[in-house]
Write a protein that binds this ligand. Structure first.
Ligand SMILES: *[C@@H]1O[C@H](CO)[C@@H](O)[C@H](O)[C@H]1NC(C)=O
Ligand SMILES: *[C@@H]1O[C@H](CO)[C@@H](O)[C@H](O)[C@H]1NC(C)=O
Length: 472
């Protein structure tokens, strides 16, 4: 759909004959990133977490691989759990965006703030170009996210993600059935082929040509990648439980969000009561989508300063915490099948590298099961002021193309395991002295999960009504 891409900074020009605001063109010449871009939660670009990629999207840093030098280690296995790349909004947000732009077009007062260009841009030049058929699909930038990640990982692990291994089907590709994930796993393989085929050539200036259409291979596995929707205890206890996200609801109507809403209404000259918290969030997401999809600094971004953005980020973090992470234990336990899959693969030395593509909803429960990014005090609707330094910050953990790497090394003292999250080393809770502890120590740390963490017991055992088990 988007056919023209431009190398500098991954800047993307939408060739759709859209009504593009004047401001966007101005911003294309100078890559101009909104100040609020690092706070978009799960809608954050990967580049906000790794800003050096804006200059060189293919640069891989071998110093992140940290096995003890004295033990002459070499990587012998890689399992990568990867989130899909940048995508279109889903239908729910497309409808909110349409509602918001309609409201601003018809009701924003023409007298307020009229001297500022961006307000004129929103009112008269910006058009809601998102249509419902785009529903969550991967965008061109999202393909780049995965191609470039593949290339960097192939540079870091040349013996594992090698051309020979992939050709001989000695790399396993598993994906969620969702379109954006299947497209992502294909883009990842494209990235590998470009990495081997045309070293040094810029990856994002070329469209895939029909005559070089690569062969893809992947298996769809929703039991592993979409475990959450198959876990009855999770679906009934959290997903369909109206009180499970109480903290989020309270925060949405609390004083911090009220402040953001009031300021946004004032800036737009809208009657306060017409702007709901959902529409405030729609404007924030709109700024994120225009950046992640089209690489433009949208006029909608000017509605928020960093203080506002941090409040909106916290709202997203609260939601992920209570819906997908530590808020309810069943959320992390629902990822037991994926946990066991990873450790079974690690247990058998010589297993082929595994590339697993899923969702933020796949990664967050697994990261929580592993005990990562856990704060002493849970985030709630009332403790925002004390949560500034929290670890659980989804903008940093699960941006688009987020990835969790398990790297197994063969070393003189035995196998060692290292975790990387978004290509940075992260230490195992309880084994903080080393980047790559002995694998047997990691196994001892997770003994209770390795010997337990039974999906059926956790997910069916907690169900309120016990209907016959028809799944799996
Ligand atoms: C719904 O969530 C609340 C709050 O977390 C919890 O106390 C309650 O037990 C849950 N209800 C069900 C049916 O699991
Ligand atoms: C954002 O605006 C509010 C209200 O005008 C102000 O109190 C706050 O200090 C601003 N924050 C930043 C980072 O400029």
């Amino acid at each position: 759909m988007f056919s023209v891409t431009q190398p500098a900074g991954g800047v993307l020009l939408a060739a759709l004959g859209l009504v593009v605001p004047r401001l966007s063109f101005a911003s294309l010449s100078v890559p101009d990133i909104p100040h609020i871009a690092p706070y978009f939660g799960t809608k954050t670009r990967y580049e906000e977490v790794n800003p050096h990629l804006l200059r060189d999207p293919l640069s891989a840093d071998p110093s992140v691989l940290r096995s003890p030098p004295a033990e002459r280690c070499s990587p012998v296995h890689l399992t990568a759990v990867i989130r899909h790349g940048s995508r279109y909004p889903t239908i729910k947000n497309i409808r909110r965006i349409q509602k918001l732009s309609e409201l601003v077009r018809t009701e924003a007062s023409r007298s307020s703030g009229g001297s500022e260009d961006w307000i004129q841009d929103i009112r008269s030049r910006w058009e809601a170009w998102y249509t419902e058929d785009m529903d969550g699909q991967l965008v061109a930038k999202g393909r780049d996210d995965l191609r470039q990640l593949a290339s960097r990982l192939a540079s870091l692990f040349p013996s594992l993600l090698s051309e020979e291994n992939v050709k001989n089907r000695r790399v396993r590709f598993l994906t969620s059935s969702k379109h954006r994930c299947v497209s992502s796993v294909e883009a990842f393989q494209e990235g590998l082929q470009r990495h081997w085929g045309r070293p040094g050539e810029s990856q994002h200036s070329v469209c895939v040509r029909a005559d070089t259409e690569p062969e893809y291979s992947h298996e769809v596995d929703d039991e592993l990648m979409r475990f959450f929707e198959r876990c009855r205890g999770y679906v009934e206890g959290v997903e369909n439980n109206h009180t499970a996200l109480l903290e989020v609801e309270k925060f949405k109507h609390g004083k911090e969000m009220e402040g953001v809403r009031r300021r946004m209404a004032d800036r737009l000259g809208l009657p306060h009561h017409r702007l709901t918290p959902d529409l405030v969030e729609a404007a924030f997401f709109l700024c994120s989508y225009e950046l992640s999809i089209r690489s433009v600094h949208s006029p909608w971004c000017f509605l928020f300063n960093e203080t506002d953005a941090k409040v909106l980020e916290y709202k997203s973090d609260l939601k992920q915490y209570w819906k997908r992470a530590y808020g309810h234990e069943i959320s992390s336990l629902s990822s037991c099948p994926l946990f066991h899959h990873v450790f079974r693969t690690l247990d058998k030395a010589g297993r082929p590298p595994s590339v697993l593509v899923g969702h933020a909803e796949t990664l967050l429960p697994l990261l929580s099961l592993l005990g990562l990014y856990k704060d002493q005090t849970p985030p709630t609707a009332s403790n925002y002021p004390s949560q500034h330094g929290r670890r659980f910050q989804t903008s940093q953990i699960v941006p688009y193309a987020a990835n969790l790497l398990f790297v197994l090394y063969d070393c003189q003292r035995g196998p060692r395991l290292q975790l990387l999250i978004n290509e940075s080393p992260v230490r195992f809770p309880g084994l903080e002295e080393e980047d790559a502890p002995l694998y047997r120590d990691v196994r001892a740390t997770y003994r209770h999960l390795l010997d337990g963490c039974d999906f059926h017991r956790e997910c069916e055992g907690r169900a309120v009504g016990r209907a016959p088990n028809t799944e799996l």
